[in-house]
Design a protein around this ligand. Sequence first.
Ligand code: GDP
Ligand code: IMO
Ligand code: MG
Length: 426
Amino acid sequence: MPATVVVGTQWGDEGKGKLTDLLAREMELVVRYQGGHNAGHTLVVDGETFALQLVPSGILYHHITPVIGNGVVVDPKVLLEEVDVLQTKGVDTSRLLVSGNAHLIMPYHHELDQLAERYLGRNKLGTTKRGIGPAYADKSSRIGLRVQDLLDEKIFRQKLDVVLKEKNQLLAKVYNRLPLAADDICDLYLGELAPRLSPMVADTVGVVHDALERGAHVLFEGAQATFLDLDHGTYPFVTSSNPVAGGAATGAGIGPRFIDEVIGIAKAYVTRVGSGPFPTELTDATGDVLVERGREYGVNTGRRRRPGWFDAVMMRQAVRLNSLSEVALTKLDVLDTFETVKVCVAYEANGERFVHPPYHQSVFHQVTPVYEELPGWQTDISGATELADLPEAARAYVHFLAEQIGVPVRLVGVGPGREQFVRFAA
Ligand code: GDP
Ligand code: IMO
Ligand code: MG
């Protein structure tokens, strides 16, 4: 199996960091293919917590080459700060590579993300305000600056001068803000950041293909998730990249025939941060239990995540969109205290029943979930290490989910620690 993709199947924060870290043992390369520092991926190793934003989750292993692919948007300041934090924790970051074709997040991207959200008022998307959308917009408009531009001062200044003219007009005339000075940006990006970043800049497409050609196992680590995907998510309440498994092909430079396996990661319930539709959302005391037991607060932004029951309708769509080979289910332990647990098996709207999400958003926004209620297990499962350790009702819950979505569940998470997974075969 030379190439595996790990992809979020819900609205993010499913535990991609933890699963990537677990699988990285058997890999040589771990490659991020989209998103930026809007991601927050948590690894818990021997009680120590690592919160990663841009650095791939394989970084903790000495044998791994972590790669930031061309599809990622990179804020070089944030990346170097993250590297510094890892180094102070004793992590060797010297193998980290960054694609020269990845686009840079610039200071005006941050500012415009914040201003756009403020101007949207009640209609805001609830972005992470990291400049992600504006950076991808400039990439599509073909006025973006790329990581490789940091290595050529003349080109960097030329491109910046052109783009800053337009951005400063926008900042001043639309948003009534002060213009940004090209010299200040150059001092930071070329003077401070480029010298430190340049040793990491590489032809990552070449690196990935060389690895695949020698039979090395490469892991592609998705950020965000299927329903935050720009094309397939709950538009406009999405991110500006393609987290779905197909995004690994464009975001890392491999043809689709290279992908051998796609592991979908799902929480045993669902959470969402920011605005947008969420059919199984719980705004009651049950939701509070999920948030408190699951510690559902954003890794970077600290925002409370919105909780809800597991949604098999959305999950069936995620199976299709990603061609999932299997599912890793996380946070089953968070459901430990419930007397009963619910699973959404279909939607209803206007007298019609849906087993896949209706494509039209006007219908999607109106759906009511149809639930099946299953017995809870009311047992602490956080110490489980094998299938036999899980209570019958917990196993039945996982079997039920697997049956509903039509894809095997192979791993079940029972706690945040690297070892807190049970191998399953449902
Ligand atoms: P990611 O963005 O998909 O990598 O996920 P996050 O790191 O944002 O959020 C997942 C959170 O759940 C983190 O705090 C993890 O440490 C934690 N976590 C992952 N798997 C499990 C699990 O099986 N049980 C529990 N209780 N926590 C888990
Ligand atoms: P990980 O990789 C959860 C959400 C934001 C917002 C929308 C758009 O940790 O799962 P953006 O800043 O990307 O323009 O915001 O997407 N969002 C995430 N939600 N997990 C994430 O990443 C997210 N990255 C972005 O909350 O609703
Ligand atoms: Mg996260």
